[in-house]
Design a protein around this ligand. Structure first.
Ligand code: ADP
Length: 190
């Protein structure tokens, strides 16, 4: 079973690569951002709560995210494995994920980090904001907040997996297909 954490700052291309990876490897895509946006669209209580954080570019509290992921894993019993996209975003989330998986006899195969310079990220996010309807993509200050939150709270998660010998970097700038091939060769080495 393959369980991959696709890692990288906002705008790194995790969503784009996840779509291709789930096709190739038959995995379940678990994007916490997408799950929150689904709740938001459906107007659930969870969605309303998450919105107050997301629209500002802040992280949704760990216990809320962890509960939602736990539900999704429990409801995907027949899955061949997962691509975790946008999760774990804090060390506490990484620890909770490890515990959740081992309870079900699973483990993380590895983390793959997409590396993209910050000025490229800003441009990509602003470009996406023209069509994405995402409030957090349309405002310079919110984009800066998200990059700062990434550096302060999320980057330590890379260290967490590096310490376990499960970390690999991939250049996230270039042709989508080229990046995809690089990620695939890392996965094929697991
Ligand atoms: P991006 O990576 O482009 O910022 P995402 O769709 O992954 O976009 O996340 C959008 C927002 O959803 C985040 O800024 C945050 O508010 C919330 N969010 C998503 N995943 C998590 C998570 N694992 N922990 C806390 N908040 C999250």
């Amino acid at each position: 079973m393959l369980n991959i954490v696709l890692f990288g700052p906002p705008g790194a291309g995790k969503g784009t690569q996840s779509e291709k990876l789930i096709q190739k490897y038959g995995l379940t895509h678990l994007s916490t951002g997408d799950l929150f946006r689904k709740h938001l669209g459906e107007g659930t209580e969870l969605g309303k709560l998450a919105r107050t954080y997301m629209d500002q570019g802040h992280l949704v509290p760990d216990e809320v995210v962890i509960g939602m992921v736990e539900d999704k894993i429990a409801n995907s019993k027949d899955s061949k494995g997962f691509i975790f996209d946008g999760f774990p975003r804090t060390t506490a989330q990484a620890e909770a994920l490890g515990a959740m998986l081992s309870k079900n006899g699973m483990r993380i195969s590895g983390m793959i980090a997409l590396e993209v310079p910050h000025d490229v990220l800003r441009e990509r996010i602003k470009e996406r904001g023209k069509t994405s309807n995402r409030v957090d993509d349309q405002d310079e200050e919110k984009i800066n907040t998200r990059i700062k939150v990434y550096l302060d709270e999320t980057l330590p998660v890379a260290k967490y997996y590096e310490n376990q010998g499960k970390f690999k970097n991939v250049n996230g700038v270039g042709e989508i297909e080229e990046i995809f091939n690089e990620i695939s060769s890392v996965i094929d080495s697991y």
